[in-house]
Design a protein. Structure first.
Length: 401
């Protein structure tokens, strides 16, 4: 059991403090500050009575170890969840969550801004198992979402902001529509982490994290988590058990370790991200920055109302530019790597392709949409790197604005 810390109603512990002191009690394991990394399949019963009654805290490596418990309990506390289950990747966590609440014949509503492999999962595996998916405008209001409901609509999936396009969603309003119709609400909350947004407090039932990103924070592990409300917990636990999902103890430990420094890392990602985003917004090569924590962003009001912070991932629409000039930009910057992940210590930039995915509302961008992840480097160095990139882009494409 985690230690209990004295709090009073006037001064509950801040989430930054709680995440350092939940999940595991050092007194339970000889005073070691971190939990043991238990490699296990076989667990022996103490005696025949325990065996016959199957009554022992741990009985098999797949169904629980002190390492699994530590991360699950810490995240349950942070998410305000009835239970948390671990999955071998963020995408596996999405699959687990969706499969826990859907059956053949069900209808699913998914935001058009969803992480692309989640869309592929819906369009292939779920379709094959008899679940039909309708994609909706990410900026739909409550009435618009209600109009899409069918008698068999069983679940609604949210993601805010969208991974590549950064639209915000009114999570409480959309969740209320779904709940009133008996549907389960799922949300991919990887961008904010449970430190900056707690989905279960806003009507969501299944809150998903690609812990690969900010929770782990060092680009060296894949892991996913699903946190469930009371009403979704039983089905989540059953599906997790039935699928036989398991995460190796070393990977769980890396996520646990990352969690301990997540608050300070996120503060830096937020600050540097806003610095670079504001700088980009002032550049002639950029027509629009997509970052919900900038007051000019259409999602700002919702972000300000519901979220307590912003991470380091945002988008920038470049003015129309030739492919060759864009390649020059990408090949000139050196501190920004080109890579699909994010949430680690390093800065990244990629060209997003929302126009290839959208089915509910066609994507309307002015030019290439670039997705930036601002890492832990000095923001002045990052801006100087981008300046060099823009100079090379202009030299290669002198007519571009
Ligand atoms: C928003 C979002 N959800 C889920 C995932 C999937 O995580 P993983 O790569 O660990 O499967 C990603 C990965 O990029 C992501 O960006």
């Amino acid at each position: 059991m985690p230690p209990s810390h004295p709090t009073d109603e006037d001064r509950p512990l801040a989430p930054e403090t709680r995440l350092l002191h939940t999940g595991y009690d050092p007194r339970a394991y000889h005073g070691f500050v971190n939990p043991p990394v238990v490699h296990a399949s076989t667990v022996l019963f103490n005696d025949a009575a325990a065996h016959v009654a199957n009554a022992q805290k741990y009985t098999y490596g797949r169904t629980g170890t002190p390492t699994i418990d530590a991360l699950e309990l810490a995240l349950a506390e942070l998410e305000g969840a009835a239970t948390v289950r671990l999955a071998p990747s963020g995408l596996a966590a999405v699959s687990l969550a969706l499969m826990s609440c859907l059956s053949a014949g069900d209808h699913l509503l998914v935001t058009d801004s969803i992480y692309a492999p989640t869309r592929r999962l819906c369009d292939t595996v779920l379709k094959r198992f008899g679940v039909e998916t309708t994609y909706y405008d990410p900026e739909v209001d409550a009435d618009g979402l209600a109009a899409l409901f069918r008698p068999n609509t069983r679940a609604v999936m949210l993601e805010a902001p969208g991974t590549a396009t950064f639209e915000m969603q009114d999570v409480p309003a959309l969740s209320a529509v779904a709940r009133a119709r008996g549907a389960v609400v799922l949300m991919d909350n990887t961008w904010a982490t449970p430190l900056f947004f707690r989905p279960l407090e806003h009507g969501v039932d299944l809150s998903i994290q690609a812990a690969t990103k900010y929770i782990s924070g060092h680009s060296d592990v894949l892991i996913g988590t699903v946190a469930a409300s009371e009403r979704a917990a039983h089905d989540l636990t059953a599906m997790h058990r039935n699928l036989g999902l398991h995460v190796g103890p070393d990977d769980i430990y890396l996520a646990w370790r990352g969690l301990k420094t997540m608050a300070v890392r996120l503060a830096r990602h937020q600050e540097s991200g806003l610095t670079v985003a504001r700088w980009l917004a002032g550049r002639p090569e950029v027509t629009r920055v997509r970052h919900p924590a900038l007051p000019e962003d259409p999602g700002y009001a919702i972000w300000k109302r519901d979220f307590t912070g912003a991470s380091g991932l945002f988008g920038a629409d470049f003015a129309p530019v030739s492919d060759a000039a864009l390649r020059r930009f990408l090949d000139t910057v050196t501190l920004f790597g080109m890579g699909y992940s994010w949430g680690g210590f390093e800065s990244l930039v990629i060209k997003a392709r929302p126009e290839e995915a959208r089915t509910a509302v066609p994507w309307r961008g002015t030019g290439p949409l670039m997705r930036f992840h601002i890492g832990l480097e000095d923001p002045g160095d990052l801006i100087a790197d981008l300046e060099r990139g823009f100079a090379a882009m202009a030299a290669s494409d002198p007519d571009a604005e």
